[in-house]
Design a protein. Sequence first.
Length: 118
Amino acid sequence: QVQLVESGGGLVQAGGSLRLSCAASGRTFSSYNMGWFRQAPGKERDFVASITFNGRYTSHADSVKGRFTISRDNTENTLYLQMNSLEPEDTAVYYCAAAYRNWDYNSWGQGTQVTVSA
């Protein structure tokens, strides 16, 4: 399995930006489809965005479309989530996840907290 470590979370004012990173180690990162998820207090974990193993195709939840962008650098074994125009509703713990040659996510990071103040 691949090991994942998120970073880049923090406190930001509404309208601001953050870029999350997810560093991968272990098995070949470029073989994994990757995703970002988030979980707000008292709520279920929700899908945010995904990207294919080669970066060719991406998908974003409607709630973040036009504001967030998922990307990856397979030479650096790193997944990114650029978050612009942040809203208080984006406050959550953000997790990256990996799926080996399918979309069954079976490796997860520990999460990074994003807090957006009004």
